[in-house]
Ligand binder design. Structure first.
Ligand SMILES: [Fe+2]
Ligand SMILES: [Fe+2]
Length: 352
């Protein structure tokens, strides 16, 4: 798989483009906005912070260390398979390789997810109805571009990349190809960004490499700003929707929560290394403490935010209760998304 990281100068041929890309059609309704005077101070502030808190992976990160084949990059004590017979039979080299491939699988999903976020943010520039939201979405598109860059750069160090998980792909497809701008907004800013915050935090807790931890910290700072943009903007918009439109958006959120709760699981790598069926690997991962923590962070972000934007009717509450995620509804995730936290200088909170 290493050749995917080969870089070369020169033009890309039409044949290469056909091989590398996958096209999709977007029924996008764009809008100009000629009123430059309407000011929502919350959105303006987020845009200002986006400009101030830009970081540059080439300058602000220390890439001098090399990737070591002899080092664990994830905390081995948190490996969901560490007590299985199959894992115990592996040589120490195979255990290390499994660790590196597990990390590569996770970071590959981050990379592909960031590409999806980049494209949705650029769609929002076209279809967001106010000029301030367009500026904020444009700033977000640049953030997502830097996220794509930094995860790609880190994966190059490992030398392994995996394709996008089919469930993550479906989720991104449904957002990218949806005709309603506010469902794109909901899907990206509340659902996918909430997923990203949880996934980055979860990996930050198990990662052992200081460079990777620092990347996750910086990316997470940007994502918290994006979630806040979504919550602030949808809070004002959702009350204007009809009951049937609310229902459609709640159904969208519910389906996404089901997928995120139990289908975004790395079963491929353990299945290949341990020679067990993917379904068995999936069950083991789902029962693991790390996955439990990930779900806690995920739904402690998403459920309160759905309530904040007015998308948590009694009927959705009932369905969320069945999923076991209503317990997060009053969780205070406001700290991370508070203005004080969003305003913290980038390089003074390294200890966080
Ligand atoms: Fe991102
Ligand atoms: Fe983002």
């Amino acid at each position: 798989m290493n050749d995917i990281f080969e870089t070369r100068d020169g033009p890309v041929s039409p044949v290469e483009i056909g091989y590398m890309s996958e096209t999709f059609t977007v029924p996008l309704t764009g809008s100009y906005n000629w009123d430059y005077q309407v000011v929502d101070n919350r959105i303006r502030k987020i845009y200002e912070l986006g400009k101030i808190l830009n970081w540059n992976s080439t300058i602000d990160l220390d890439w001098s260390s090399k990737f070591s084949e002899k080092k664990y990059y994830l905390d081995p004590s948190l490996n969901p398979f560490k007590d299985t017979v199959e894992f115990k039979k592996l040589s120490s080299e195979a255990r290390l390789a499994m660790d590196h491939h597990t990390l590569a699988w996770t970071l590959s999903q981050f990379l592909h997810g960031e590409q999806g976020a980049l494209m949705v943010a650029s769609q929002l520039v076209n279809c967001a109805p106010t000029h301030q939201a367009k500026l904020c979405a444009a700033s977000q598109a640049f953030d997502e571009a830097r996220h794509v860059e930094v995860f790609n750069q880190y994966l190059k160090r490992i030398g392994v990349m995996y394709p996008i998980d089919s469930n993550l792909k479906k989720l991104l497809d449904s957002i990218l190809t949806h005709p309603s701008w506010d469902i794109k907004f909901l899907g990206m800013q509340i659902i996918i960004e909430g997923l990203a915050l949880a996934a980055f935090e979860s990996l930050k807790n198990t990662a052992q490499d200081p460079l990777l931890k620092e990347i996750l910290r910086l990316v997470k700072r940007d994502e918290a700003r994006h979630v806040t943009f979504g919550v602030n903007y949808l809070q004002d918009y959702t009350p204007n929707l009809s009951p049937s439109q609310i229902k459609e958006r709640e159904n969208f959120a519910y389906e996404a929560c089901v997928v995120m709760r139990e289908r975004l699981v790395n079963s491929q790598v353990p299945s290949e290394f341990l020679h067990i069926p993917e379904s068995e690997a999936r069950d083991i991962v789902l029962c693991n403490v790390v996955m439990g923590e990930f779900r806690e962070i995920l739904f402690a972000n998403i459920v309160p935010n759905l309530k904040r934007v007015g998308l948590l009717s009694a009927s959705l509450e009932k369905r969320f209760s069945k999923l076991g995620i209503m317990k997060y509804v009053d969780f205070e995730n406001a700290d991370e998304l508070s203005l004080a936290s969003l305003e913290t200088p980038l390089f003074k909170d390294k200890a966080s």
